[in-house]
Every structure is written in C-alpha cells, then in structure tokens.
Design a protein around this ligand. Structure first.
Ligand code: 5GP
Length: 191
C-alpha cells in the first residue's frame, strides 16, 4: 500500500495555522492531525487530548528517554513540546496523510529523519497584525507577549528554508492555497 505523506505546518502563534489545519481536516478525510504533548498549562477552552496532551515535565522527560517522540523542542524557554512518534508512523503506514503543527526547530529535526516531508510556513500579513491577533487572545502578559513576538521574528527569518510560505491575509484563500500544495505534493508520491 502507498504510504501517506507527512506535512509540517509552522508559523508564529496567532498566525492562524491552527484554524487552517482545522479547516483542512474538515474536507480531507484521509488527513490526520498529530496531537502534541506539552508541559505548558492549558489555555481557557483547551481540552486535554484535543489541542494537546498536557503532561508533567517528568512524564515528558520519560517519553523523550524512551524514544517516544518524533521530534521535540523547548519553546519560549520554559514549556516543552513534542510529537508522539507512534500515531504518526502508524497513520503513514496505513496510507493516511499527517499534519504536524510544530515550530521550526521541530520541523528541521523531522526533515533530517524524513526528507520526504513537506514544510509549509504560515505568515501573518504583517508584524502589527500578528501582535493585534495575539493580544486579542487575552492570554499573554507583557513579558510572554514580548517573548512571542521575538520568537515570531526568528521563525519568520528561518522560514526561508521551508518548501512553501503562505500568507494568511484571507483565511479561505490561505486554506485553499495549502490544500493545493497538499494535492500537488500527494501526486508526487508518499513517503
Ligand atoms: P502554543 O503554546 O501557542 O500552543 O504553541 C507554541 C509553539 O509551539 C507553536 O509554534 C507551536 O507550533 C509549537 N508546537 C506545538 N506543538 C509542538 C510540538 O510537538 N513540537 C514542536 N517542535 N513545536 C510544537
């Protein structure tokens, strides 16, 4: 059986990549989204097992030691994130396409091991607009806000090494662009 294709979607938080992924999942029955583990606390409205598996630092380190993470990264200094290996590998073997919604450090780690994966970066229309969107969430202190914006700029700089960059100015258009990229890449063959 043909194996699935692995897509990595990154972009500064607040750029809308989560919404884009959700929309793609609604229309692509063969697509699965990997749920990461994280040591950060849930935000309001986030559900354990849906946005993330929220785990302790001890459990995270245990998973890491066991080789249970496909990639991992420490984001904004404190919180740690990782992609559970098993579900992703199983889905790909079963012929399903998989999205990892992860940061640039993680994306480059995955590309080392799976050079066939496709890296897509979602850009905000501008830094001003990004700041505006993150503030709108109301979950940031001045300190974490500054850290997020600094990280966003670093990620945008590194995104030149991605296969594709999509600007999310208009949501529907950005979704259509990513869907087109996926269709084109799929016809080129799975992992
Ligand atoms: P947030 O805390 O806003 O949900 O996510 C912060 C950043 O961590 C985002 O850039 C997000 O893509 C990234 N991230 C989420 N899960 C993972 C993961 O499993 N691995 C890596 N490397 N980054 C992740």
């Amino acid at each position: 059986m043909k194996k699935g294709k692995l897509f990595i979607i990154s972009g500064p938080s607040g750029t809308g990549k989560g919404t884009i992924c959700k929309k793609l999942l609604e229309t692509e029955p063969n697509l699965r989204l990997s749920v990461s583990v994280t040591t950060r606390a849930p935000r309001q409205g986030e559900v354990d097992g849906r946005e993330y598996h929220f785990i302790s630092a001890e459990r995270y380190l245990q998973l890491l030691e066991e080789g249970g993470l496909l990639e991992h990264a420490s984001v904004y200094g404190a919180a740690m994130y990782g992609t559970p290996r098993e579900p992703v590998i199983d889905w790909l073997q079963q012929g399903m396409d998989v999205i990892l919604e992860i940061d640039v450090q993680g994306a480059f780690q995955v590309r080392e091991n799976y050079p066939d994966c496709v890296l897509i970066f979602i850009l905000p229309p501008s830094m001003e607009e990004l700041e505006h969107r993150i503030l709108g969430r109301g979950s940031e202190t001045a300190e974490t806000m500054a850290a997020r914006l600094g990280e966003a700029q670093r990620e945008i700089d590194l995104s030149e090494r991605y296969d594709y960059r999509v600007v999310n100015e208009d949501l529907e258009q950005a979704v259509a662009e990513v869907r087109q990229i996926m269709n084109d890449e799929r016809t080129e063959g799975g992992l």
